[in-house]
Ligand binder design. Structure first.
Ligand SMILES: [Fe+2]
Ligand SMILES: [Fe+2]
Length: 405
């Protein structure tokens, strides 16, 4: 499913004063207008992208998503007149944390980046570009959502609104840093185009809370795990961006803690049977999406000396343990049956991808896909129905921001 690329364009059309391009010595840049990469894009990029290769944007279930929500409902949720559970002093404390801006001077590049990128070649180069593109898109998606929430909540709850704006600052920084990483490979994502052209997935506020909490925490665990692994195995440190992950992931951790505080301020999203069902559903979709995505990109993880499945299971288990502190129910991911079913899904997904590669006519392809999709759905359902772990903090203990290592 790595065929979501839309449009490749020579960079010369764009202002060279853009920070994305400012530190490059190359004239043959290519602006990539969609994540994530495909073979054809990389080839076009390698040629300098003189002839723009146009294809339609293809969204798949596994593409990083852009979200939108019901902003009126959000406003009502954060109205202190309506919601008496809002602990404003807790949000004030969080706001001070975000204002401190621990990573203000962290994201500074050096000449190691370009030198390292020039040494990465062959299939690893291609997969590296894809990693940067997908990560940049995911970070940028957070930026857009938080920026809009910051804007829309300004009147109702200025403290919460400012935290959202400061989180969008962090995500813009992360996305920008990844995009500069792409410039080392003579590429740049056209983020303005992405903003307009991508489809936005609508989630009601409560689902935004579950989904973003999980994506921040899973992001934290991914970054810190890669960072620790490369610190112990420096021979795999082939590109300096990973050295920045230690402080970077603390941003994601703080973002997750903010969503945890938001959820606590909305106990109706945590304390009934529906909340338990939805919590399990979101855990399942986030974990499965990551596992299937990463298993399609094992070359990247192997390239930095990781075993993809081991890495993913570690991230899933740690994220699940963190999530159990706030969600009222989580999945029993440490039960061997969970991993067995994940691996089965990877096999089925590979068969599905193989159907797409055949030269059959679309009707035949679709007929071949039906039993495979049914098999995937039945694995998903079986995982969802595995006995869950009751979790969460009933008394909602005092929130204490803390670094997690
Ligand atoms: Fe981020
Ligand atoms: Fe984040």
């Amino acid at each position: 499913m790595a065929t979501e690329m839309a449009l490749v364009k020579p960079i010369s059309k764009f202002s060279t004063s853009s920070p994305i391009f400012s530190n490059s010595r190359y004239g043959k840049f290519t602006t990539v207008r969609m994540s994530s990469t495909s073979q054809s894009t990389a080839k076009a990029a390698a040629k300098g992208g003189k002839k723009a290769a146009k294809t339609a944007i293809k969204e798949t279930l596994l593409t990083p998503r852009f979200y939108t929500t019901d902003f009126d409902e959000m406003e009502a949720l954060f109205n202190t007149e309506i919601n008496k559970n809002l602990n404003q002093s807790e949000f004030e404390a969080l706001l001070q944390e975000f204002k401190t801006d621990y990573n203000q001077t962290h994201f500074v590049r050096n000449k190691e980046f370009k030198e390292a990128a020039d040494k990465i070649d062959g299939p690893l180069r291609q997969i590296f570009v894809e990693f940067l593109e997908r990560s940049c898109t995911a970070e940028f998606s957070g930026f857009l959502l938080y920026k809009e929430l910051g804007r829309r909540l300004k009147k109702t709850n200025p403290v919460v609104a400012e935290i959202f704006s400061l989180m969008s600052r962090d995500e813009a920084r992360h996305a920008g840093f990844l995009n500069k990483g792409l410039s080392d490979f003579n590429l740049a994502l056209d983020l303005g185009f992405l903003t307009k052209a991508r489809k936005y997935t609508f989630f009601k506020p409560k689902f935004i809370f579950y989904a973003t909490y999980l994506s921040e925490k899973i992001g934290y665990w991914r970054y810190i795990t890669i960072y620790r692994h490369l610190k112990e195995n420096p021979e795999y440190q082939c590109y300096p961006i990973f050295k920045y992950f230690e402080n970077w992931c603390q941003d994601e951790n703080r973002h997750g803690d903010f969503f945890s505080a938001l959820l606590k301020a909305q106990p109706q999203f945590l304390n009934d049977w529906k909340a338990k069902l939805w919590s399990r559903f979101f855990c399942l979709s986030v974990y499965v999406t990551m596992y299937l995505n990463d298993c399609q990109r094992t070359a990247f993880y192997e390239g930095i000396g990781l075993d993809t499945k081991e890495f993913d299971m570690h991230v899933i288990i740690e994220t699940n343990r963190t999530t159990a502190r706030i969600f009222p129910a989580v999945l029993d991911v440490e039960n061997p049956e969970f991993k067995r079913r994940l691996d089965k899904m990877v096999e089925i997904n590979e068969q599905l991808l193989a159907v797409g590669e055949t030269s059959d006519i679309p009707l035949v392809k679709n007929l071949k896909r039906i039993p495979l999709i049914a098999a995937l759905a039945s694995e998903l359902l079986a995982m969802y129905l595995m006995p869950p772990i009751e979790s969460g903090s009933v008394d909602f203990a005092e929130f204490e921001p803390q670094l997690v290592y």
